[in-house]
Design a protein around this ligand. Structure first.
Ligand code: ADP
Ligand code: MG
Length: 722
């Protein structure tokens, strides 16, 4: 006979942590009782209320939305006579006798009881809960949860109990019992008790989803779904409730993002440009290569945006080396062609300067007026450059983000390209747009990122942008071999690098990441360089590049490296983005296990940019399962998009999404990877809604509108303000 098992636990794949929970009140438009503070519950004082605030629980309504992360299934309660050995079960019984027993083992105290129901009796024991001997008395009705164990003389080892006849009867040991995120001071039993008291309030929750949508998608009412999240009658009911609330969460966010975009496009005056002309056509046909299909398609997507009256807000994503720069240049030339100005901004001065030089090369003989607004300019030089820009005598200005400061006057700024600004939140993007707006005209903005963004994130973190993607690299690119090198083979690795250097190639050595301190990181770089210069790379030119060096020193070093004057560059992740040295063929990373997957992929992208075979040598001793997975992924996969998906899977989206800077509310129930399909559906439905009623002004959408404003909380400011 099979052993009956009735402890069935169902959990969401990612349990909620207290940190995932909302800080804001949950029940904006609902009747007053939902807004009552927690202290209105019996037995809840100010101290408890403060503790509950840590879980994001301020009101009775908040409690309803404090969902359990799993349930225990106690639906199958048993009779004593039916219990089988080894079985875990719940029984309803009557206490016959109870007493305390000390054991030989120190500190272990047993409470022994005899309990009975109409089918028989048994011995039951509690461990270390001596006070129960005082508290309980013969005749008490009990629910006992435990395991029936032992040989000839079986006992029931109790893991949980509840005294019946109280108001909460069965709350903890019968049916599907919710298990909540808790704090040290607020136990799961306490939360269950509170929920038991407020559950009737779920019935008055209004439903923000339009009833037609709900009917069409066969979703349960919000009030029923919330009740079923806590107290489902069966698994199916719970699942349905969860799906409905996940959809609601994603739908609200998508309607919010899309209506924001609609608002942005409607309210802003853009710099509508004419079609491409001789300048851009001349530039494209003058390139030493043909544009790839992806590049052509993306240019067309951008071109369509530029000719619309609304300002473009587009994200261009493409793996390292996929040729985003040409697309950026194309976009800027379209502005120049229309007698307007463009800027190209990079996150660091090193990158900005690189861009400046490569633009200079590309534009040779085209008669364009280019400027580099460096932080090294003397006051007088800067002033005169600003004057040139203000006088409209500069077509394209290159620099860091300082370029968009208020004192830089652009009379006709039509295109802004922002390079490598991954992890730029909705709010920062908006700030940038505001700063770049001159005389009421908002320029077209193209954000470029070399960190491929999984589709789910593109729809959420970047859900306010249009996305263009370059999927494939220009033909003829060589794959970069990636090796995980064990310590035992270190000497061999250095020998290989020396062979490369002797053949005229160059090499990067990236030192361990020290997130806490740039100073320590710099020291590590200096000492590693010293060691290598005196040891393995004696007789070769070794130089350092790190964040602590003055800007001038960094640029000088980069220039020498690009020119081939430095053979081995010992560095940090400052080298991560954008650096383009086709002659560099080896990327050696120390303690690679400490880097993120996106970072490693970026580092690897620094080599393999020329005609030579290149490789990436990863050292390090991964100490966590995640680190092992990251390094294995690097070893096996070269495609950035695939890596981005895996990264999301390894890390969970919490870290990517929960960032405060994203400007979006945290997701409580939805998980982007698991719920991709629901997300797609929510996006489609949201798009239909915003098309029909962009301002959510129709009376039937009033609840939806209120709920979006409430959920987005403080972020709603950017939703409405443009
Ligand atoms: P990223 O997308 O990383 O910014 P870049 O724009 O720097 O890439 O391009 C990488 C290299 O590829 C550059 O040297 C560039 O000239 C070259 N390139 C760009 N497009 C093509 C193409 N269609 N065919 C061949 N080479 C290309
Ligand atoms: Mg680039």
């Amino acid at each position: 006979m099979t052993r009956a098992r009735c402890l069935h636990t169902f959990a969401r794949s990612t349990p909620l942590k207290p940190a995932d929970l909302p800080r804001t009140s949950k029940t904006g438009f609902n009747p007053a009782e939902l807004k009552d503070p927690l202290v209105s519950l019996p037995g809840v004082g100010p101290a408890t209320a403060r503790e509950a605030a840590r879980l994001g629980l301020a009101t009775l309504g908040d409690l309803l939305f404090h969902f359990p992360h799993r349930h225990e299934d106690f639906t199958l309660s048993k009779k004593i006579g039916e219990l089988k050995w080894g079985e875990e079960a719940t029984v309803r019984c009557k206490l016959r006798s109870i007493g305390l027993q000390r054991t030989q083992r120190r500190n272990l105290r047993l409470v022994k009881a005899v309990v009975a129901d109409e089918t028989g009796y048994m011995e039951a024991i509690w461990f270390n809960q001596g006070y129960l001997a005082e508290l309980l008395s013969p005749g008490d009705e009990l629910f006992l949860r435990g395991r029936y164990e032992g040989g000839g003389r079986s006992v029931f080892r109790i893991t949980g109990h509840e005294v019946l006849g109280k108001e909460e009867a069965g709350l903890h040991t019968s049916g599907f019992v919710p298990v909540y995120p808790t704090t040290e001071k607020i136990s799961v039993k306490r939360l269950r008790g509170w929920l038991g008291k407020v559950r009737h309030l779920a019935a008055i929750l209004a439903d923000p989803l339009p009833s037609s949508l709900r009917a069409e998608m066969m979703l349960p009412q919000r009030s029923d779904a919330v009740t079923a999240m806590h107290f489902p009658r069966n698994l199916a009911e719970y699942k349905q409730a969860e799906q409905r609330l996940i959809f609601e969460e994603l739908y609200l966010m998508q309607v919010g993002l899309l209506s924001h975009r609609h608002h942005f496009e409607n309210e802003r005056c853009g710099a509508r440009l004419g079609p491409a002309g001789a300048l851009t056509h001349g530039f494209i046909s003058g390139l030493p290569f043909n544009l790839t299909d992806d590049q052509l398609r993306v240019c067309e997507e951008i071109s369509a945006d530029l000719q619309r009256p609304a300002p473009m807000q587009r994200l261009l994503q493409g793996d390292v080396g996929s040729g985003k720069t040409v697309v950026a240049v194309y976009t800027m030339l379209r502005a120049v062609e229309d007698c307007r100005q463009a800027t190209l901004m990079a996150p660091t001065e090193v990158l900005a300067e690189q861009h400046y030089f490569s633009l200079e090369r590309m534009f040779a003989g085209m008669g364009l007026r280019l400027a580099f607004l460096s932080s090294r300019l003397k006051a007088a030089e800067r002033a005169s450059l600003l004057e040139e820009i203000a006088g409209g005598r500069i077509d394209i200005a290159v620099g860091t983000h300082a370029l968009i400061q208020k004192d830089v006057e652009f009379p006709a700024l039509a295109v802004v390209v922002v390079d490598e600004q991954h992890r730029f939140g909705v709010r920062q993007r908006e700030e940038l747009v505001n700063k770049a707006t001159r005389g009421g005209v908002t320029p077209h903005v193209l954000h470029m990122t070399a960190t491929p963004i999984p589709r789910t994130l593109a729809l959420t973190l970047y859900g306010d942008l249009e996305v263009s993607t370059i999927y494939s690299l220009p033909a003829g690119r060589r794959e970069i071999k990636t090796w995980l090198v064990p310590e035992a083979k270190r000497t061999g690795a250095y020998r290989y690098i020396r062979e490369q250097l002797d053949a005229g190639r160059q090499c990067f050595v990236v030192c361990p990441l020290i997130e806490e301190s740039e100073v320590l990181e710099a020291r590590a770089v200096e000492s590693e360089a010293g060691k290598l210069a005196a040891g393995e790379f004696e007789g070769y030119t070794v130089a350092v590049l790190h964040g602590q060096m003055p800007a001038r020193g960094k640029q000088e070093t980069m220039r020498r490296f690009v020119a081939g004057g430095i053979q081995v560059l010992v560095t940090t992740t400052v080298i991560e983005v954008g650096v383009d040295v086709p002659n560099a063929t080896v990327m050696m990373v120390e303690e690679a296990d400490r880097f993120g997957l996106a970072q490693l992929h970026q580092l690897r992208g620094r080599v393999g940019r020329g005609e030579h075979d290149s490789c990436c040598l990863l050292f390090g001793d991964p100490k966590t399962e995640q680190a092992v997975q990251r390094l294995q992924a690097m070893n096996k996969i070269s495609d950035g998009f695939e890596l981005a998906d895996i990264d999301l899977e390894i890390r969970g989206e919490g870290q990517l999404f929960g960032t405060r800077q994203s400007g979006l509310p945290d997701l409580k129930l939805a998980r982007l990877i698991r719920d991709q399909e629901v997300l797609k559906l929510a996006r489609e439905r949201a798009a239909e809604m915003v098309k029909r009623d962009p301002e959510l002004a129709l009376p039937e959408n009033a609840l939806l509108r209120d709920e979006i404003e409430r959920v987005f909380g403080e972020s709603v400011e950017w939703l409405r303000r443009v």
